[in-house]
Design a protein around this ligand. Structure first.
Ligand SMILES: Cc1ncc(COP(=O)(O)O)c(C=O)c1O
Length: 313
């Protein structure tokens, strides 16, 4: 991965290599952390963080679901992120805030362990590759089911939960695919290993419901609003596995991946293997919104207020 010069940890800005934790950090052993993935883009109104407040709200919500109180408010985390982006002189970047149970308590009860908070920013290109965004990716339905709400909390973006996604991702890569599609405990389509998923069938855009063990993605909220503004019908309902193969179009969206067409699922070409018109139209609107090219969606941009430092050489 690329790195930056500075990182924020527990209220201080530090050199990148000084952001260290003890090996007995609770979150390292038991996965007791929550995090976010956010992006900032270069726009004509300056470097802007996309839907920043919603991501930070979700961070606080994820923490609350695991009985963890983050000792910094959304406003404080937002200001720290702005300062960090400016301090690193980055015009666009990926942003990773994390809050985790720190050092001082072992055993499963995390409630006495301190809560440490860090924010890292660094340049990160297309998560599923530039070609994936233009030509579409090849996905495999994973043999690993997305964990249900009876075992963990799909609505929380919590560190330990990601072992489930790691298994699905590794399986898909080792089998020669780009990404995994996970089914929920009932066998309905849930989501990608790090993206929400949509199918387009007979003119409708369909997403799995909130009860299908999905993360309530902020990119999916964006897609839903853009699609409706473009005059499309967006429906949330159970999606059978075979509907992936029978769909006219399939696409995924997430902060890291952005909007990515899926051109094959389990070796079935979707819509003849070409990116379909609905996906293209929404992808274009999505990219315009991210990059501040559409004034109707300027409210989604949180412009980095601190004057940018000299760019790194
Ligand atoms: C499991 C999972 N589902 C969905 C998403 C998409 O969420 P968002 O659009 O908020 O990035 C992500 C990425 O954060 C994810 O990790």
């Amino acid at each position: 991965m690329e790195q930056a010069d500075l990182i924020w940890m527990n209220g201080e800005i530090l050199p990148w290599e000084d952001a260290k934790v003890h090996v007995l950090t609770h979150g390292l052993h038991y996965g007791t952390g929550v995090f976010e993935g956010i992006r900032a883009y270069e726009t004509e109104v300056g470097t802007a963080v996309f839907r920043h407040r919603e991501h930070l709200d979700r961070l606080h919500e994820s923490a609350g679901l695991y009985y963890m109180e983050i000792p910094y408010s959304v406003d404080e985390l937002r200001a720290a992120t702005h300062e960090l982006i400016a301090g690193n002189g980055l015009a666009s970047c990926y942003i990773r805030p994390i809050a985790f149970r720190g050092y001082g308590q072992m055993g499963l009860n995390p409630l006495e362990a301190p809560v440490d908070v860090a924010i890292a920013v660094w340049p990160w290109g297309a998560y599923l590759g530039e070609e994936g965004k233009t030509r579409g990716i090849r996905a495999k339905v994973s043999s690993w089911r997305r964990f249900s709400g009876e075992a963990l909390i799909p609505h929380a973006k919590a560190s330990g939960q990601y072992l489930n996604n790691v298994l699905a991702k590794v399986e898909s890569l080792k089998s020669g695919y780009d990404e995994a599609i996970m089914l929920d405990a009932h066998g309905f389509v849930s989501e990608g290993s790090g993206e929400n998923i949509y199918i387009v069938r007979d003119g409708s855009i369909i997403e799995p419901p909130q009860t299908a063990s999905v993360l309530d993605g902020i990119s999916r909220r964006t897609v839903n609003e853009l699609a409706r503004d473009l005059g499309h019908d967006v429906v949330a309902r159970d999606i059978a596995r075979a509907e992936l193969y029978l769909a006219d179009e399939v696409f995924m969206c997430g902060t890291a991946a952005e909007l990515v067409p899926v051109r094959e699922v389990d070796d079935h070409a979707i819509g003849g293997g070409e990116v379909g018109p609905v996906t293209r139209e929404i992808q274009q609107a999505f990219n315009d919104a991210l990059h501040g090219r559409d004034p109707r969606y300027r409210d989604w941009l949180d412009v980095v207020a601190v004057p940018a430092a000299e760019p790194r050489s």
